[in-house]
Design a protein. Structure first.
Length: 70
């Protein structure tokens, strides 16, 4: 299978994967493994990646503030 075709398929699966619940994610991973003939762990790693151009939301680290910020 050509690299461009693989990328296109993965991108479409990735969108579904991020919106899906736990059971649906499992089914999507099975489809990807069969279609691309890869191991399940590799498919999980590929699906977790964010789409190009998107940055993760910054999150505060550590304990939540006890007081209200003014």
């Amino acid at each position: 299978m050509e690299e461009k075709v693989k990328r296109y398929l993965l991108e479409s699966f990735r969108k579904r994967y991020h919106r899906a619940g736990r059971k649906d994610k499992s089914a999507i991973l099975e489809e990807v493994c069969q279609l691309l003939t890869c191991h399940r762990k590799h498919a999980i790693r590929v699906m977790r990646k964010r789409p190009a151009g998107r940055k993760p939301q910054p999150q505060k680290r550590g304990r939540k503030s006890k007081y209200q910020e003014s």
